[in-house]
Ligand binder design. Structure first.
Ligand SMILES: *Cc1c(COP(=O)(O)O)cnc(C)c1O
Length: 444
């Protein structure tokens, strides 16, 4: 209805935008975590981003602590990334054939972590889905072990107890996933070695892979206990199963070599298959599955495991990812680490000043807060769900009112970028005492 479209006047407030969005998209969003389901209120409709800031449709500016859920490592609209994308756009949007930057981006990943081959896909969901298929193809086995509260994208078999998006809406899993698919996924509590030993004792010969977030960040951050990831490496190896190491969120963010740089690298081991996403696209849709040639070469066209994508390795996304990783220098990681620690200590001071019980969980440059958990901390999904989540909505809205955009769910990490400067930190520092007061006053 072209005529109608031409007559549409664009709404100018967040409330009007949200209403317009709800008339088109289920829940007014294209990804559930964007809705303010658990915090209430009107979602902000964003129109502009620069450095550490987002601007909504009403012209209100926020310090952004979501960073597009991770990709914006360098901050929004980093000049080198924008220039690279402009150049790529001028050269052509998509060729449906190989381009030089695909191998270049793959090389940059291979320079940072010990993988031999890389296949680009468009989303983290595709990357983990492909890794699972590869593991089944390589082992001839069916079962996959995942941990409650870990999120690996929304493919059918991986949606059991899948962390933030579902936790925010109190969903145990997803409708539309068949019993057969669910039955092939064993869901175990995180950080629980005895549960793994029992699962392998009972089903060892049928387990194709254990898939884990390198450090869980989708039930809030949960720090892997000392030696837990090493234990995963050993028990999978002992039983001929693969270890799928999901670094879609932590990859090239938790450290320059991802969370692996803080665990496997120090302990002298590597997983079998890796998945990346978020940072490697620098804000455009790109993800990857990677590993040793013996596994990766099972993929079509070399091998029998099929996988494909019309826009895989898209040249504009490759340019964005390349420019992001090329500019992700030691200094960038030093800045992000320092800002993240500064943010944590400002948060802790503000909460302590109001007597708000909490614990902080950290994984490299990533951290999150959990309310009412100071006694035992958060070690698994049950701990995360047992927290005083009701304190987060008022905390979140006080931050929002004072110009800081946090993830609209307590089950998420806080993301900083290299563009978070003193001015941005000061604005956060001014907002935190109001938010801590709101959290202290919150009623269950
Ligand atoms: C975001 C995420 C995914 C899914 O990536 P999409 O690009 O959203 O499909 C998978 N695994 C982890 C650990 C993630 O954080």
């Amino acid at each position: 209805m072209t005529e109608n479209l031409q007559n549409t006047t664009f709404p100018t407030t967040n409330a009007e935008q949200y209403e317009a969005a709800r008339s088109v998209m289920p829940g007014g969003v294209n990804s559930p975590v964007r809705a303010f389901g658990s915090v209430g209120g009107t979602p902000r409709t964003m129109v502009k981003a620069a450095g550490p800031y987002l601007t909504d449709v009403e012209g209100t500016e926020y310090v952004d602590l979501v960073c597009s859920w991770g990709p914006m490592l360098l901050g929004h609209n980093h000049p080198a990334v924008v220039e690279a994308v402009h150049r790529a756009v001028d050269a052509g949007l998509s060729f449906g054939a190989s381009t030089p930057d695909e191998a270049r981006l793959g090389r940059l990943i291979m320079d940072r972590v010990p993988v031999e081959h890389v296949r680009m896909v468009s989303t983290g969901t595709e990357a983990t889905m492909t890794a699972i298929r590869l593991a089944r193809g390589a082992t001839g086995r069916n079962l996959v072990v995942k941990f409650a509260g870990c999120y690996h994208g929304h493919s059918d078999g991986l949606l059991a107890a899948a962390g933030s998006g579902l936790a925010t809406q109190s969903l145990p899993g997803s409708a539309g996933v068949t019993e057969a698919q669910a039955a092939e996924t064993l869901v175990l509590p995180y950080n629980d070695r005895a549960a793994l030993e029992a699962a392998f004792a009972q089903h060892g010969e049928r387990i194709a892979a254990v898939i884990t977030e390198a450090a869980p960040c989708n039930m809030g951050v949960v720090t892997p206990e000392d030696g837990f990831n090493l234990f995963l490496r050993q028990i999978t190896q002992d039983h001929g199963a693969l270890l799928i190491w999901d670094e879609v969120l932590t990859g090239f963010r938790a450290s320059d070599t991802g969370y692996w740089g803080l665990s496997g690298r120090l302990e002298g081991w590597t997983p079998d298959l890796w998945t990346f996403g978020k940072v490697i696209g620098g804000g455009l849709p790109t993800a990857a599955v990677a590993g040793r040639a013996e596994h990766m070469d099972l993929l079509a066209p070399l091998g029998p495991v099929y996988q494909a994508g019309t826009l895989s390795g898209n040249p504009v996304a490759m340019a964005s990812g390349l420019a992001t990783l090329e500019n992700a220098t030691a200094e960038v990681y030093e800045t992000i680490g320092r800002r993240s620690e500064q943010l944590e200590s400002m948060l802790v001071d503000a909460l302590n000043a109001e007597g708000v019980d909490h614990s902080i969980q950290r994984a490299g440059t990533l951290f999150s807060v959990a309310f009412g958990t100071s006694e035992n901390g958060v070690h698994n999904y049950a701990d995360a769900q047992g927290q005083e989540a009701f304190r987060y909505g008022p905390f979140f809205h006080a931050m929002l009112e004072h110009g800081v955009y946090l993830p609209p769910s307590v089950f998420e990490a806080w993301f900083v970028s290299a563009a978070h400067d003193d001015a941005a930190m000061e604005r956060i520092g001014a907002a935190l005492p109001h938010a801590a007061k709101a959290a202290a006053a919150a009623q269950a």
